[in-house]
Design a protein around this ligand. Structure first.
Ligand code: PNS
Length: 163
């Protein structure tokens, strides 16, 4: 049986921390589907298309991954894609409560799907999409925390907003 995992997220935008998790995840799974949540109610800085473009660009060359978007329940989507695992990265303790809730709810909804956590690489322990957006908005240097395409798009986005 092919071991397929979903790596879900908002990816608004993708960071080096996400890339690290996917890269290491490919050693555990035959296929990882990197899936962006489509949720029109959730406000995002980048459109779905922009997020997908940055994801594909920054993860190109990593073998065994595909890209998609999904709406509704994650476990339903996993089922639909024949995936038996959900891959998530865990950073500092602050992530734990939310991730625990999410994993337990997903387990309650579908016991056939396992959540697999990988510890984020130490270099990326304090890297999050929201903190990066905030720093970039005020001109902070986030060059070594995001792929070059994201750095470029963040600059474009915030210079357009300040015009
Ligand atoms: O990158 P994020 O924002 O931390 O990702 C959160 C995500 C997309 C994994 C989570 O919000 C999700 O799975 N949403 C889909 C709806 C769902 O199934 N929620 C969990 C059970 S209620």
């Amino acid at each position: 049986m092919k071991r397929i995992a979903i790596y879900p997220g908002s990816f608004d935008p993708v960071t080096n921390g996400h890339i690290d998790i996917v890269q290491r995840g490919t050693t555990l799974f035959d296929e990882i589907i990197v899936a962006i949540l489509y949720n029109p109610q959730k406000e995002s800085l980048f459109t779905l298309e922009e997020r997908m473009h940055m994801l594909k660009e920054s993860m190109k060359g990593i073998p065994g991954i595909t890209f998609d978007t999904f709406g509704g329940l994650l476990v339903d989507y996993a089922h639909q894609r024949n995936a038996h695992a959900i891959l998530r990265g865990m950073r500092a303790v602050s992530d734990f409560e939310y991730e625990f809730q999410l994993a337990l709810m997903n387990r309650k909804l579908d016991r056939d799907i396992q959540t697999v956590f990988l510890m984020t690489g130490l270099r990326w322990i304090f890297t999050s999409s929201s903190i990066i957006k905030e720093a970039a908005q005020f001109g902070g240097d986030i060059t070594d925390m995001v792929p070059p395409i994201v750095n470029e798009k963040l600059k474009e986005k915030f210079s357009a907003q300040s015009e």
